[in-house]
Write a protein that binds this ligand. Structure first.
Ligand code: SAM
Length: 294
């Protein structure tokens, strides 16, 4: 532990912020909270000369902040971990930083499962598991399911497995598969209760224009999916019928604005029913669900 005063901390913070006025100062506060263990908002209840403890010296945070400014590296990669729902997940440039809007996919899945206890059992697939965020959250929320977590990136799977090991999930709750979408799951044809996925969905030309924090640091495999951004979503829609049992859930995240296209795509495949679009907290269309009923 390192000790400082609120006066010195706030003076240091202001100096750091002045070096990069273009970056939201909440990012520096995020580093202070996640790395040094300091909640800057607590200053409201403190006197300037009150002491506080930090988990590391401010010079260590200053070094990270310089990397944030100079290399445009996301703060979550600098810290090496990020909060997501009630989880704390290790992240590296091998995995997408799990986004707040993706937290809602878990609520949508749970709402579907709560309709019938039968739905809260069996095999659920998380296709494109990345950090393991969805697989771990589903396994924790639905204690009787077995999650089949798939990723094409072996490095991502290694991180996801480490993340899962930090939680008391019980024996054989998540099975890990390296490969492309359903390809490693051939033993589960016709047996999946649900598939839940946040696949890559950014069109190639939009990926090239993303801010450097995303384009130059997060894995392209996790983001870009062909000229319209729909390659992965099409593959998941077309192949899921071979794997879902009745009435299985198909639930995927997509880019805002793709909802009607994804819903129309599902509607062209006989057997999908109850096709619904769902918004995020800002009201943007971000998820499509359907049940397999053929
Ligand atoms: C948008 S990220 C989602 C990661 C994580 N599920 C989340 O929500 O934070 C998409 C993931 O799909 C994986 N992926 C891309 N193409 C794949 C494929 N053909 N088969 C399996 N996984 C793939 C990427 O490696 C990446 O981890």
């Amino acid at each position: 532990m390192v000790t400082t005063t609120w006066h010195d901390l706030l003076a240091w913070r202001s100096q750091q912020q002045q070096q990069a006025p273009e970056i939201d100062c909440q990012e520096l506060d995020w580093l202070l909270r996640e790395v040094a263990g300091v909640r800057v908002e607590r200053q409201r209840w403190a006197a300037a000369d009150d002491h506080l403890d930090l988990r590391c010296p401010l010079s260590a945070i200053a070094d990270l902040w310089q990397k944030r400014i100079q290399h445009r590296c996301p703060v979550q990669y600098l810290a090496g971990h990020t909060p997501w729902r009630d989880l704390e997940l290790q992240v590296s440039p091998a995995v997408l930083i799990p986004r707040p809007e993706t937290e809602l996919i878990i609520d949508l899945a749970i709402a579907w499962a709560q309709v019938d206890p039968e739905r809260q059992t069996g095999y659920w697939a998380d296709l494109g598991t990345g950090s393991g965020a969805i697989a771990i959250a589903l396994a924790l929320a639905l204690p009787q399911i077995t999650v089949l977590a798939v990723d094409a990136s072996a490095e991502a799977l290694a991180i996801a497995q480490r993340n899962a090991a930090r939680y008391d999930l019980g024996e054989d709750r998540i099975r890990w598969y390296h490969g492309s979408w359903f390809e490693p799951l051939s033993a589960y044809r016709g047996q999946l209760q649900a598939i839940v996925s946040n696949p890559p969905y950014i069109p190639t030309h939009e990926w090239q224009q993303l801010e450097p924090e995303v384009r130059d640091h997060e894995p392209r495999l996790a983001l870009e999916s062909g000229p319209e951004g729909l390659n992965a979503l099409k593959a998941l829609a077309q192949t899921a019928p071979d794997y879902l049992r009745l009435p299985g859930l198909w639930l995927c995240e997509h880019m805002a604005g793709q909802g009607s296209t994804v819903a129309a795509l599902l509607a062209t495949i006989p057997g999908y029913a109850e096709i619904h679009s769902h918004g995020d907290l800002a009201g943007r269309d971000r998820f499509v669900s359907a049940t397999w009923s053929a």
